[in-house]
Design a protein around this ligand. Structure first.
Ligand code: SF4
Ligand code: SF4
Length: 179
């Protein structure tokens, strides 16, 4: 079975390679310097997420993008592990905005609807309530019994207005209406 991670050990097939992908990425804001990567590994060795993961390797993600392994990298679960701390971007000796390349790849994945369910649920919750997760009734009641003031009301209308045009959220909204 194919492992759904960027570090999958599955051999690469020539048919998987999209030679135009690296040029496509090089024209996008944030990933312009992708081709400069010489695989030194600094991004991975300094990445706080890689330190605690057996599979998350920003260097590998960059290499896969350079090689044109478009479908493999966009379908990789590990793409979503990046904490966007920008350590890699600060340390890359080639001036590559590694964190931004990962953002670009996530955006491309999101455009294709490839987003982990946990983020879809979170987005749906924000659009519905203004909160990133549904506050359990039990907690609301507990606040009352403890004499705490009610939580401020979320303003999903304003959030929707502010985030108008974000394709992933528009898709999430549509999916919510169809459900
Ligand atoms: S630090 Fe920069 S040059 Fe080195 S592997 Fe990472 S992206 Fe490539
Ligand atoms: S931005 Fe992402 S890839 Fe870069 S160091 Fe932070 S967690 Fe790692």
């Amino acid at each position: 079975m194919t492992e759904n991670t960027a570090t999958s050990k599955e051999p690469i097939k020539a048919s998987e390679i999209d030679p135009k992908f690296k040029y496509e990425l090089s024209r996008m804001h944030g990933s312009e310097k992708l081709l400069r990567c010489f695989q030194c590994g600094t991004c991975t060795s300094d990445c706080p997420v890689a330190r605690f993961s057996d599979t998350y390797r920003p260097r590998t993600i960059i290499r896969m993008a350079q090689l044109g392994l478009k479908e493999r990298v966009l379908n990789s679960d590990t793409l979503w592990l990046c904490a966007a701390c920008f350590t890699c971007t600060d340390r890359c000796p080639q001036g590559i905005e590694v964190a931004s390349v990962i953002r670009v790849l996530r955006n491309l994945a999101a455009e294709k609807g490839i987003v982990p369910q946990v983020f879809k649920d979170q987005a749906a919750c924000i659009l519905e309530s203004g909160y990133a997760y549904k506050i359990p009734e039990l907690r609301i009641k507990k606040r009352e019994t403890q004499g705490l003031p009610p939580l401020p009301k979320g303003n999903p209308e304003n959030i929707r207005k502010t985030l108008k045009g974000v394709k992933f959220l528009e898709k999430t909204e549509k999916e919510g209406e169809q459900a």
